[in-house]
Write a new protein. Structure first.
Length: 335
């Protein structure tokens, strides 16, 4: 009986120790674990994009029909241009909603921070396609001029310009403010550039139509289409240049990386043997740093050294103890 009680006591003691260890692990894990939500969700921007989508779709239908009826290439180009913007605005809205719905989905290693960037990239491609179509249509009209009904076309063009100006004011703030910081939103910026491109083509259409009506410069109608295509191509390239490095995990600027080296290596005898820094969202960087030192510290120690680097949202530190004889006395920021 005594042996049975002793065995029961030992089993209970082992279970208690196991439960205690689990509790301690949970506390430690809670301190070390963090979310990977690096998405820029501009809620006001999403609502305004929906408003702009409705306005643009209505104006698009009016301009395409009017351009075909009244024979204006500038007006027709503006209408078809708006159709691609409708698609781009739908991409913007989809990107916002997808990023929000899957923000905590473990299938995305670093969260959905790049979904908005991908939306901006896709919209930049759409802008480039619009520019190409405008160029081809305008060149065709240069060699095959058509009769233009100026009065009707001018009225519709002014309507399109008014809608674009209203839309531009709705989308002009393509930055969000999260945790007191200023965050760039490529998704909303892409929608804003589409609106600006629309406004530009509407303005060029008005100039071309007025010149054709009062000075007989009908050739200016397709020429304005060519000018608009060139400007829109430049906007597209600018947005592609901003978004593609993020999608391809391009590293941080060399000056920033040098500052990280100096901060780590100025402490004790630390040396960085390997470092990787890349974007996990529009405004957030992740880094993996391998440190070699004679005086190793816990990873949290090195993370604190980088605390003032606000762009580093996810830091992984590997500490390697150097077995050779120390060559210098330790220097520490914390001492």
């Amino acid at each position: 009986m005594t042996l049975t009680l002793r065995l029961a006591y030992e089993v209970e003691q082992k279970q208690f120790i196991k439960i205690y260890q689990i509790i301690m692990h949970i506390q430690t894990l809670n301190q070390l674990q963090h979310n990977h939500d690096f998405a820029v969700i501009h809620e006001q921007g999403e609502k305004r994009t929906i408003q702009v989508l409705i306005l643009t779709a209505m104006t698009m239908v009016v301009e395409i029909v009017a351009g075909m009826v009244y024979g204006s290439m500038a007006l027709l180009a503006d209408g078809w241009h708006m159709s691609t913007h409708v698609a781009a605005f739908m991409i913007t809205i989809f990107a916002y909603r997808y990023a929000r719905q899957h923000a905590n989905n473990p299938a995305f290693t670093f969260g959905t921070g790049k979904v908005g960037v991908l939306g901006g990239f896709a919209s930049a491609i759409a802008l480039a396609v619009v520019a190409l179509v405008m160029l081809l249509e305008s060149l065709q009209r240069v060699f095959d001029p058509q009769i233009i009904h100026f009065n009707e076309a001018i009225g519709i063009a002014f309507l399109g310009l008014f809608v674009n100006i209203v839309s531009a004011f709705l989308l002009k703030d393509h930055h969000s403010h999260k945790d007191g910081h200023h965050h760039h939103d490529h998704n909303l910026k892409a929608a804003y550039l589409h609106v600006l491109a629309d406004a530009l083509t509407s303005l060029l259409a008005i100039i071309a139509l007025l010149s054709g009506k009062y000075f007989g410069w009908n050739w200016l109608d397709p020429m304005m289409g060519i000018v608009g295509a060139a400007i829109i191509t430049r906007w597209s390239y600018s947005l592609l240049k901003e978004t593609s490095p993020i999608l391809l995990d391009a590293s941080i600027e060399e000056e920033y990386k040098t500052a990280i080296f100096e901060q780590i290596e100025s402490d004790a005898d630390n040396r960085i043997s390997d470092i990787h820094v890349w974007k996990v969202g529009a405004n957030d960087y992740a880094t993996i740093i391998s440190v070699v030192t004679h005086y190793p510290q816990p990873p949290e120690y090195y993370k604190k050294l980088l605390a003032h680097f606000h762009g580093l949202s996810h830091i992984t530190i590997e500490v390697n103890h150097c077995a050779d004889e120390p060559c210098i006395e330790p220097r520490s920021h914390t001492s």
